[in-house]
Design a protein around this ligand. Structure first.
Ligand SMILES: Cc1cc2nc3c(=O)[nH]c(=O)nc-3n(C[C@H](O)[C@H](O)[C@H](O)COP(=O)(O)OP(=O)(O)OC[C@H]3O[C@@H](n4cnc5c(N)ncnc54)[C@H](O)[C@@H]3O)c2cc1C
Length: 403
């Protein structure tokens, strides 16, 4: 329970281990996979071989009582490269959904299939966003209908922008069971490998994170056995009955899940920001104009001072929220959302400043900061936009239903 900012030996070892992989394997390949806009399977394989890609790694990180393992690992991974970092960590979205809602049997059956193994790595996808339901998750149109006689669900709908959508071995999709209940009438399903009716679109062309596969997913009368409903039918029926009685517990549980996952996402943005800051600092010390290094100008030095200050401030929010989550603290001011909001926006402003400090060199692909700038922008959009984070925080601090 003690809040302690010094890293212990295990945490330092973890950080340095991930950093070593990021520096030695990810960085040298980053520009190539960004240009290719393809999933970097050989790098996933390398990560699986050393135990950085797999459930054991995640389970260890999730069980660390300081909460810092995942933020530390994510910061280093994404310091290596945003796109490859997302290719490696995208599967954790599906795994987190199975872990959060599934039974122990479901966990044992599906999580290994999300990752595959080092000889044949696989990926998982978590598909919830839809063309008409982005920030407004309650507007979800994908429907799941139960056939009691066959103990089978039929799922029909369309998902948008799913990381690893269509190429995943295991897809976790959310669907509405009772649309009259909005987001509280929804459930999550595992779609096993090769299930007929599920298809991914072509890979979407993106501004950044281009090594990570993003696609729409179409579900045309996809039939799955009852065992694919995460948590099982009995738990679902009980939950829906509680919601119909007007009890709010379910929505609070969902909010807590978001608060728990957001610091890990914030740490990704932090890694990209730190990489851009370090590059710009180094560049500013070496670039000479008017007979002196550009860092000797306050305009440049102060920009770097601000960048570093903002990164450190964001990291403190990320670590606080991660610590609160693992220690079962109440997120009374939506501290998880705060951490993602701050880190996401710091990611964008710091990478933009790095481009500025490099001048023309910042704008061309001979240097990595333009890629970092493109990669960072997603952090004010996915996993809840900055506006949605502000909505959540303002509601939490005011008790008023801000719109
Ligand atoms: C690269 C990438 C990867 C992704 N990966 C996944 C994934 O793996 N799984 C998945 O399910 N989804 C994924 N997404 C989807 C992502 O989570 C959504 O794009 C995001 O939630 C925003 O939804 P939207 O795009 O529909 O925007 P909208 O909800 O249409 O928002 C548009 C704008 O309106 C603002 N806005 C909306 N409502 C309000 C409000 N009430 N108050 C103030 N402003 C508001 C938003 O902040 C935003 O600025 C991914 C997206 C991208 C681009």
């Amino acid at each position: 329970m003690e809040f302690w900012l010094g890293l212990d030996e295990d945490q330092i070892e973890l950080r340095d281990w991930v950093h070593g992989f990021a520096e030695g394997v990810i960085r040298p390949a980053a520009a190539e996979w960004d240009e290719r806009e393809e999933t970097p399977w050989p790098i996933l394989q390398e990560a699986a071989k050393i135990g950085l890609y797999g459930f054991e790694f995640l389970a260890n990180a999730w069980s660390d009582h300081s909460g810092l393992s995942l933020p530390l690992a994510n910061e280093e991974l994404f310091w290596g490269d945003g796109g490859i970092g997302m290719a490696i960590s995208g599967t954790s979205l599906a795994v987190a959904a199975i872990y959060g809602s599934g039974t122990p049997d479901q966990l044992a059956e599906w999580v290994p299939q999300c990752f595959g193994d080092a000889d044949d790595p696989k990926v998982g996808a978590f598909c919830t966003t839809e063309p008409e339901a982005g920030s407004d998750v309650g507007a979800m149109r994908t429907r799941a209908v139960y056939d009691e006689a066959k103990d089978e669900w039929t799922i029909t709908g369309q998902k948008a922008y799913a990381t690893n959508g269509g190429i995943a071995n295991v897809h976790v999709v959310t669907a509405s069971i009772d649309p009259t209940l909005g987001s509280r009438g929804q459930a999550a399903f595992v779609i096993p490998p090769g299930t007929p009716g599920l298809e991914g679109s072509r890979k979407l062309k993106k501004l950044g994170l281009r090594a990570s596969h993003t696609a729409d997913v179409f579900l045309d009368s996809v039939r799955v056995p009852g065992s694919c409903l995460l948590g099982g039918k009995e738990a679902l029926d009980e939950r829906l009955a509680r919601v119909r009685e007007g009890k709010r517990a379910t929505s609070q549980a969902a909010m807590r899940t978001f608060e728990l996952s957001r610091p890990a996402v914030g740490a990704q943005a932090l890694g990209i920001a730190r990489a851009a800051y370090e590059y710009a600092l180094d560049y500013a010390k070496n670039r000479v104009q008017f007979g002196r290094a550009i860092i000797e100008n306050q305009a440049i030095a102060f920009a770097l001072a601000d960048m570093r200050t903002e990164i450190d401030a964001a990291r403190l929010l990320v670590w606080r929220a991660a610590w609160m989550g693992i220690n079962n603290q109440q997120f009374t001011a939506a501290e998880g959302s705060m951490s993602k909001l701050k880190a996401g926006e710091v990611g964008v402003t710091v990478t933009e400043k790095a481009v500025q400090i490099l001048g023309g060199a910042g704008y061309v692909r001979d240097h990595p900061v333009e890629r970092m700038y493109r990669d960072a922008k997603i952090y004010t959009i996915f996993e809840g936009t900055s506006e949605i984070q502000r909505l959540v925080i303002s509601r939490a601090i005011s008790g008023v239903h801000i719109r």
